[in-house]
Each structure stands twice: as structure tokens, then as C-alpha cells.
Design a binder for this molecule. Structure first.
Ligand code: KIV
Length: 262
């Protein structure tokens, strides 16, 4: 696979094709993800759950994100490295600039921020300074206490309209990708068709431009994987084969199946 860039991801969308993303947190798994030609490697703050055994992503620190980003960086040749900015590391524009720079210097090629319209100034400030941004809408796990739990978002028309409006504002502010988590598949489809930037879904149906899963969920080793995930080890004899099958199923549209959708 050639080195992945944002432009390549946009051209995949423009040609009506799909791409795959997966989380990784260390060198060894990053090498396997890269070998399986997975287009985007997300150093997710889900490492709080699957590496640290925390209940939420809130305890994850910037130092930890930089440490894991740096380890992943050494395992990647081609895949695009996207790193999560952790809880309260982008509460203000100056904080976001300072902390995003740390992740970029650790090896990230793009940073991901959870939140809607309120982040437009931050997205603009980061992108103007050469830091690509992926927005994250729908279920935003860093706000779990405000949301009242890990629940499907955008279920009624007003909530869905707000997510679409936030997405358009963040795209106009300069975001190059959008992750949308845990929303009805009709909303995932609407987002993908109304934005020019690629929309990566997780529990957002089969009509988004790409899918992302948490590695440990798709390897069947997490504590209770969500409904929208699939255990690819159940049908594979190696981790590399599981990753390749996942990517093939995303690209062909075979994953997610109706049972993985809301
Ligand atoms: O941290 C993470 O793994 C994520 C995905 C759930 C999209 O943000």
C-alpha cells in the first residue's frame, strides 16, 4: 500500500469506494494493522478501557496518548496515524494548539476531537497551523457523564439535525474527517451524503464512507464488545487474517450487517 494521506482518503470517497480504520496502541499491533493494508490507524483514548481497564476514557492523559502514539508510529509504514486528544486537553484554543503539537511530534498525522459547533474556532486554529483535524460526533465518550451513559445519539429529528448542522460547521472550519459513533444508520447515511469529507462510522450503519472498530473488540478479547462490533477472530486463524477479513468486509460493504446497526 502506498503511504496514506488525507487526499487519498478523500479520493476514495469521491470515487464511491470505502476504507477501513482500526485502533492500535502499540508497535506490534500497529505493524499487523499496517501489514493488513488498513488505511487509518487510530490511537484511540479507548486505550483507557482496553489497555488500562478503566470504565471510561476520562482518566487518559496527554502523556499517555503521546507515549502510545510514539509506539504506534514505529510500527507504521503506510497507514495514516490519527491520535485522540484526551479529555480536557482541548478545552480552549491555546490548550488545543499546545497539546495537539505534542501528539504531532509524537508521530500523529492528524488529531481527533470530540464535540460539535463549540469546537469550530479550535478546528480552524489547528488546521490553519497545519494540524489536520478529525471531528467526532454522536456518542462522544469523553462526555459520558453529561450524556447519561453510553447511549445511541441522534434518535429524534431535532437531535439528528443538530448533529448534521454541527458536522457541516466543523467541515467549514477545516475538519478533514469525521468520526460518528452510535447513531441510527439513517443519520450515518445522511452525514456521508451531505459532507464532502469522509465520514467514518462506528455503530453508524453501513452507508458511511468508512468504518472503525476498537481492535480488542474485533479480536474478541474485550469485556463485552458492543452490538455494533464483530469478532473477526472467530473465523480467522491469525490476527493478520482477522484484520484483512475486517478490511475486505468494510470495502465490500459486507460489514456492518443489519444486526450491527441501530
Ligand atoms: O477512542 C476510540 O477508540 C475512538 C473510537 C471509538 C472511534 O474514538
Amino acid at each position: 500500500m502506498t503511504t496514506m494521506s488525507i487526499e487519498t482518503l478523500k479520493s476514495i470517497k469521491a470515487s464511491g469506494n470505502k476504507f477501513a480504520a482500526i485502533t492500535a496502541y502499540d508497535y506490534s499491533f500497529a505493524k499487523l494493522v499496517d501489514k493488513a493494508d488498513i488505511e487509518v490507524t487510530l490511537v484511540g483514548d479507548s486505550l483507557g478501557n482496553v489497555i488500562q481497564g478503566q470504565r471510561t476514557t476520562i482518566p487518559v492523559t496527554l502523556d499517555e496518548m503521546a507515549y502510545h502514539t510514539n509506539n504506534v508510529r514505529r510500527g507504521i509504514q503506510s497507514s495514516l496515524i490519527l491520535s485522540d486528544m484526551p479529555f480536557m486537553s482541548y478545552g480552549t484554543v491555546p490548550q488545543a494548539l499546545e497539546n495537539a503539537a505534542i501528539l504531532m511530534q509524537a508521530g500523529a498525522q492528524m488529531v481527533k476531537l470530540e464535540g460539535g459547533e463549540w469546537l469550530s474556532e479550535t478546528v480552524y486554529a489547528l488546521t490553519e497551523r497545519g494540524i489536520p483535524v478529525c471531528a467526532h460526533l454522536g456518542l462522544t465518550p469523553q462526555s459520558v457523564h453529561k450524556l447519561g451513559g453510553f447511549k445511541v445519539q441522534g434518535k429524534d429529528a431535532n437531535a439528528a439535525d443538530k448533529i448534521v448542522s454541527d458536522a457541516k460547521i466543523l467541515e467549514s472550519a477545516g475538519a478533514d474527517l469525521l468520526v460518528v459513533e452510535c447513531v441510527p444508520s439513517t443519520l450515518g447515511k445522511e452525514l456521508a451524503s451531505s459532507l464532502n469529507i469522509p465520514v467514518i462510522g462506528i455503530g453508524a450503519g453501513s452507508d458511511t464512507d468508512a468504518q472503525v472498530l476498537v481492535l480488542q473488540d474485533m479480536l474478541g478479547i474485550s469485556d463485552g464488545a458492543p452490538k455494533f462490533s464483530k469478532n473477526y477472530m472467530a473465523q480467522s486463524s491469525s490476527i493478520e487474517e482477522a484484520l484483512r477479513t475486517y478490511r475486505n468486509e468494510v470495502l465490500s460493504g459486507a460489514f456492518p450487517e443489519p444486526k450491527h446497526q441501530f
